[in-house]
Design a protein around this ligand. Structure first.
Ligand SMILES: [Zn+2]
Length: 448
């Protein structure tokens, strides 16, 4: 290991190593068989060379860190610290995750507090195991994507060449999840900006079940994105380039509060600095009672829509029973109902259903089906404004919420044989929300 005082020698050693690597790359090029794997050869070498560069950088900074001891307040008495000596400390970087010794200045309190501060560990924001912020970020992401065991052995080790135990990944994920959850509840998870004049903000919400502890529990979640970030990719497919995801095992209050906190960041302000929601929020859901209540409580004035596909499915099921055995008639009836709604003739559609229930020629099953459809749509008539939505260019389906259920919950939390305790599930939901939110992971580890 190079001495602190001998930066020139360390620099020369690094140059020599790089030269050697360049020579080997050149030689490899002459051997067609080896040439195929030139990147494989270089990769391992570069990671190890990279660690040497990091060590060089840290040790080159040591003298100024030593001087800066005086600018660092003692955690106890807040008076300046005092340099004591150089000590060896172990750090683990995102290059290999292997323990690497570096020399670091250590400072003590000049006023006698029992404080011993390692200035490299302090300055780099290392955790107790000497892991850098970037290494913890990668571990947190890996553990968010895959179960902790696979995150360690497959994602980190095999794919990234980083050594870390499953326990290590798990511990880091727990710490980071804490911060993610705080941010999510405050509506601060992920990137937000003020809506443009012509934009609206979509809020799509839903629930799905996860096995937690001793039974099935509902995960309530919402996806928030501005209309401007939702360019039409193809006829039925949208991509969302800006998105915030919120999810909770709590009640609708918990979700609603977090949703409002997030929504508020997007809304324009009036002269007094208050958020202006009028005409700026479009809320789409499957029309469940808790979702309607949440919207009324937390997003008053929102343009509320019943997800078109939920509605259409209900109509289609009714059509099948109403015209049992006659697919063509069933299809025609379904299309008629859809056309009425799409053309803004909601009352005509609902009145038609009601008239139909009084039709004496209907079978009992058909009458019940039509009554059920009417009973579902009538209390939701205010959210059947598809005609107006189309005219304004709004989305009418809550597909983004369904895909969030899949991405946030399904893919990580509902794999075969998976069991979650409440704390673990809560932590993982926050991490998944961060992962699915635009720039949701930025700064999480630094704040953990
Ligand atoms: Zn002190």
């Amino acid at each position: 290991m190079p001495k602190i005082s001998d930066a020139a020698a360390a620099r020369k050693m690094l140059h020599d190593k790089l030269d050697e690597l360049l020579n080997r790359a050149e030689e490899t090029a002459k051997d067609l068989h080896k040439f195929k794997e030139v990147d494989k050869m270089v990769r391992d070498e570069v990671l190890s060379l990279g660690e040497d560069v990091v060590r060089f950088g840290i040790e080159a900074a040591a003298p100024s860190l030593r001087l800066r001891a005086r600018d660092t307040p003692c955690p106890h008495c807040k008076k300046p610290l005092q340099f004591k000596q150089f000590r060896r400390t172990t750090i683990r970087t995102s290059l290999t995750g292997e323990p690497m010794p570096v020399l670091s200045p250590v400072a003590v309190c000049a006023h006698g507090c029992a404080v011993l501060l390692n200035l490299v560990r302090h300055g780099l924001g290392l955790d107790d195991d000497g892991r850098t912020i970037r290494l913890r970020e990668l571990a947190a992401m890996a553990g968010t994507i895959e179960p902790f065991e696979a995150a360690a052995s497959q994602v980190l080790s095999e794919l990234a060449g980083i050594t870390m135990s499953a326990n290590g990944v798990h511990g880091i994920c727990q710490d980071v999840a804490e911060v993610a959850r705080e941010r999510m509840n405050a509506g601060m998870l992920g990137q937000a900006r003020t809506l443009k004049r012509e934009e609206v903000l979509y809020v799509m919400a839903d629930g799905c079940m996860v096995w937690v502890g001793d039974g099935w529990h509902e995960v309530k979640f919402a996806v928030i994105f501005p209309s401007g970030s939702n360019p039409l990719v193809s006829k039925d497919r949208h991509t969302t380039t800006e998105r915030q995801v919120i999810c909770t095992l709590g009640d609708r209050e918990d979700l609603g509060d977090a949703v409002w906190n997030a929504v508020e960041r997007w809304l324009p302000r009036d002269v007094d600095g208050n958020a202006v929601a009028a005409g700026k929020i479009v809320f789409i859901s499957d029309g469940s009672v808790w979702l309607r209540n949440m919207c009324e409580e937390k997003l008053p004035g929102a343009f509320v829509l019943l997800d078109w596909y939920h509605m259409a499915e209900h109509v289609a099921e009714t059509a099948k029973i109403l015209h049992a055995g006659n697919d063509l008639a069933a299809h025609r009836w379904r299309k008629e109902q859809e056309a009425l709604l799409m053309n803004g003739r909601v009352s005509a559609m609902l009145n038609g259903l009601e008239l139909l229930t009084r039709n004496a020629t209907l079978t009992k099953a058909a009458c019940e089906a039509v009554t059920a459809l009417h009973g579902f749509l009538e209390p939701r008539r205010a959210s059947l404004r598809y005609c107006e939505a189309k005219a304004r260019g709004y989305l009418i389906g809550s597909g983004s919420a369904e895909s969030a259920a899949n991405h946030v919950v399904q893919q990580r939390m509902k794999r075969a044989g998976m069991r979650w305790e409440r704390d673990g599930a809560t932590a993982m939901l926050a991490l998944r929300a961060a992962w699915r939110s635009t720039k949701g992971f930025v700064g999480l580890v630094k704040a953990a």
